[in-house]
Design a protein around this ligand. Structure first.
Ligand SMILES: Cc1cc2nc3c(=O)[nH]c(=O)nc-3n(C[C@H](O)[C@H](O)[C@H](O)COP(=O)(O)OP(=O)(O)OC[C@H]3O[C@@H](n4cnc5c(N)ncnc54)[C@H](O)[C@@H]3O)c2cc1C
Ligand code: SF4
Length: 549
C-alpha cells in the first residue's frame, strides 16, 4: 500500500517529546576512516570513483549516499575534525577553533555584514543553530517556472526531505527546554495575535545547554560530521581532513581527478572520473574561477544572497537567563510572506558582552542585568545580491543592502520592538545607530527615523546562489542536475547552487538537493520508502516575497 506520492503507508517517524530529548539512537561508526593531512608530508595518490570536496551540508550527504550506493568515495576537507570532547562552550576559544578566519569573514558594501563560516569536518553544520525548514513550496514552484528547474516540485522533493530529516532526526523543541527567552517572545506574539511555533531541529538528546554555535558539548546536535560523514565511513568512504583541494584535473573536457595540498606540507592526488565541488557559496565560485571553470554564463560568483539578519534586545523585570535553554527554539512567521522571519537568537554572556553597542559604565550596567535580558533575531529574505571574487589573493565579498531590504529591516525591527513591549519589556534596544534605546513602550523615535543601511548592525549566516542552478540553455553555472556546464563529470552540491533567497534557513534544502544529486548519479529512483514524519515545520509562507527571486 502506498499513498498518492508513492510512499509506503503505515510508517510514521516520531518528531515530538522524547524524539527530541532521547539521545540513545546516535550513530556510532564501527570504523573511523579519517586521514589527517598533517600526517601526510609527501606525495600520495589515491584511486576512487568520486571525490567530494568539502564535508558540509552539501558535501557530506552526497558522499554518504554514493558510498552506500557502492561507489568508492573520497572526501577532502580543508578544516580539521573536532569532537564534543574538545568543545569548551567558550565562544572566543571555539570561534577560533571551528570558524574560518576565527569568525571574522565579512562583506564589503554600504553596511559591513559579518558572515561566519564553518571550517571543519561537518562544515558550517558543526556550528549552526540546527534549525530545520524545508524549502517553502512557493519558492520551489517559482524555481520551476522561472529557472526551468524541473523535478523540484514539493511532492517530487518530498522523499529526499524525508530521508534527510530521518538521518538527522529532525524533531520539534519541547516548550520545557525552549528557554525563558522563547517564552517571553511567545507571550508578546500571542498578545499581538501573531503566528509562531517551536522550531524543528536536528538533535538527539538535546539538553538546552545554549551553545549550539560554538560546538555542541553533549554531541546532541546531529550535524553532518556526526551523521552523514560517519555513515559514509561505514560504507567505505575515506575523509582526508586538513586537505585543501587546489584544482580539478581535466583531460579532454572531462574530470580525471583532484589535486590537494595537505596541512602537513604534502600533496594528495585523487584519481577519479567524478568530482563534486561542495566548498560552500563563498569558496566554490573562487575554487572554480581559479582554474577557469564554470563561467560560461558569466554568472559565477554573482547572485549572492545571504539572508541578512539582526537582533533586538530587551530588558525585563523578570529573570530570563538566556544561557539556559535552546538558543534558537521559537520562530514567528506572521510576516514571512513579506520576507521577514523572526527566529530566536539567545546568546551566552560573553557573546552579549562582545556585541552590546555600548561602552564604559552603560556596558557594565547592562552586563550586570544579563539575566534580565532577552534577545531575538530577525532575518530578511533578501532581494539584494552580492558577488564573490578574489583580489590580490584575498577573498572579497561585495554586498550592498538595497532599498527594499532596508525597508524590510525597518519594518521588522519596529515589529520586534512592538512585540517586546507587548511582552512587558521595560527597555528595548533596536540595532539602529541613532536610536539605540527605547523605553515606556514608545516606538516613535524609531518610526520617525529615516533608516539608512549604514545605521544597521547586521550579520548573515546563509550564503547562497553563487554557482546557481538553472535548467534553461546557457543560463546558470550548473544545470538542473547540478552538473557544471563545460566539463563532464563535475557537479556542484552546496549553498552556491540554490538559485534564490529561501526565506527560511537553508541546510535542509541543501541536503535534500545533495541527496537528489546522489540518487541521480547512482541512477536510482527516489527513496519513496522513507517514513512520513509525524509533523514538520509549516511556516506560513504563501508567496515569494517581492524581489527575492
Ligand atoms: C553560525 C551559523 C548558524 C547557522 N544556523 C543555521 C540553522 O540553524 N539552520 C540552517 O538551516 N542553516 C544554518 N546555517 C547555515 C548552514 O549551516 C549553511 O547554509 C550550510 O552548512 C551550508 O552548506 P554548504 O555545503 O554550502 O557549506 P558548508 O557547510 O560551509 O561546508 C563547506 C565546507 O567546505 C570546506 N572547503 C572549502 N574550500 C575547500 C577546499 N578548497 N578544499 C577542501 N575543503 C574545502 C570548508 O572548510 C567547509 O567545511 C548557519 C550557519 C552559521 C555559520
Ligand atoms: S542546546 Fe546545547 S545540547 Fe542542545 S544542540 Fe545546542 S549545544 Fe547541543
Amino acid at each position: 500500500m502506498s499513498d498518492a506520492n508513492g510512499h509506503a503507508n503505515g510508517t510514521r517517524r516520531p518528531t515530538t517529546g522524547a524524539a527530541y530529548t532521547d539521545g540513545s539512537g546516535a550513530f556510532r561508526p564501527s570504523v573511523e576512516r579519517i586521514e589527517h593531512g598533517s600526517a601526510i608530508p609527501g606525495e600520495r595518490v589515491v584511486r576512487a570513483d568520486v571525490c567530494v570536496i568539502g564535508t558540509g551540508a552539501g558535501g557530506a550527504p552526497v558522499a554518504k549516499e554514493l558510498a552506500e550506493g557502492g561507489m568508492r568515495v573520497v572526501m577532502l576537507e580543508e578544516g580539521e575534525r573536532f569532537t564534543a570532547d574538545e568543545f569548551t562552550a567558550r565562544p572566543r576559544e571555539m570561534t577560533t577553533l571551528l570558524y574560518r578566519d576565527a569568525g571574522q569573514v565579512a562583506t564589503l558594501g554600504n553596511v559591513p555584514i559579518v558572515l561566519p563560516l564553518g571550517k571543519a569536518v561537518g562544515g558550517s553544520t558543526l556550528i549552526n543553530s540546527a534549525t530545520c525548514f524545508r524549502t517553502p513550496a512557493p519558492v520551489l514552484e517559482r524555481w520551476g517556472a522561472e529557472f526551468g528547474l524541473d523535478g523540484l516540485a514539493p511532492a517530487e522533493l518530498d522523499p529526499y526531505f524525508r530521508r534527510v530529516e530521518r538521518e538527522l532526526n529532525v524533531a520539534q523543541v519541547p516548550p520545557d527546554i525552549a528557554g525563558h527567552n522563547a517564552a517571553v517572545v511567545k507571550r508578546g506574539a500571542d498578545a499581538l495575535g501573531w503566528s509562531g511555533d517551536y522550531v524543528y531541529r536536528n538533535v538527539r538528546g538535546c539538553v538546552g545547554s545554549g551553545v549550539c554555535n560554538f560546538g555542541c558539548p553533549t554531541a546532541a546536535k546531529q550535524h553532518v560530521g556526526v551523521t552523514y560523514v560517519p555513515r559514509a565511513w561505514e560504507a567505505g568512504a575515506v575523509t582526508y581532513s586538513g586537505a585543501r583541494a587546489q584544482r580539478i584535473v581535466v583531460e579532454n573536457g572531462r574530470a580525471r581527478g583532484v589535486e590537494a595540498s595537505t596541512s602537513g606540507g604534502g600533496r594528495l592526488r585523487i584519481e577519479c572520473d567524478t568530482v563534486i565541488v561542495a566548498c560552500g557559496a563563498i569558496h566554490t565560485p573562487l575554487f572554480l574561477r581559479r582554474q577557469g571553470l564554470g563561467d560560461e554564463s558569466g554568472e559565477l560568483g554573482r547572485n549572492l544572497a545571504i539572508h541578512p539578519a539582526t537582533g533586538v534586545r530587551a530588558l525585563f523585570d523578570e529573570e530570563i537567563d538566556m544561557a539556559k535553554g535552546v538558543p534558537q527554539s521559537y520562530f514567528i512567521d506572521e510576516f514571512a510572506s513579506e520576507g521577514i522571519m523572526f527566529e530566536g537568537a539567545a546568546g551566552p554572556p560573553d557573546y552579549l558582552a562582545m556585541s552590546w553597542p555600548f561602552s564604559g559604565e552603560r556596558h557594565r550596567e547592562l552586563m550586570l542585568q544579563y539575566r534580565n535580558t532577552s534577545q531575538f533575531g530577525l532575518m530578511v529574505s533578501d532581494s539584494s545580491r552580492g558577488l564573490v571574487r578574489e583580489r590580490g589573493g584575498r577573498v572579497e565579498i561585495r554586498y550592498d543592502l538595497g532599498r527594499d531590504d532596508v525597508a524590510r529591516f525597518k519594518c521588522g525591527i519596529e515589529l520586534l520592538c512592538e512585540l517586546y513591549f507587548a511582552a512587558g519589556a521595560r527597555e528595548v534596544f533596536p540595532p539602529v545607530a541613532g536610536v539605540l534605546e527605547l523605553s515606556g513602550g514608545d516606538l516613535e523615535p524609531l518610526r520617525a527615523a529615516e533608516l539608512h543601511a549604514s545605521q544597521l548592525t547586521l550579520m548573515a549566516f546563509h550564503p547562497l546562489g553563487t554557482a546557481r542552478a538553472d535548467g534553461r540553455h546557457g543560463k546558470g553555472v550548473v544545470d538542473g542536475d547540478l552538473a557544471l556546464r563545460e566539463v563532464e563529470g563535475v557537479y556542484v552540491s552546496d549553498g552556491s547552487v540554490v538559485p534564490s533567497s529561501l526565506g527560511v534557513n537553508p541546510q535542509i534544502t541543501i541536503m535534500a538537493l545533495a541527496t537528489r544529486l546522489a540518487y541521480h548519479l547512482l541512477g536510482q529512483a527516489p527513496p519513496v520508502e522513507e517514513p512520513e514524519p509525524e509533523s514538520i515545520a509549516a511556516p506560513r509562507i504563501e508567496k515569494v516575497p517581492a524581489g527575492a527571486l
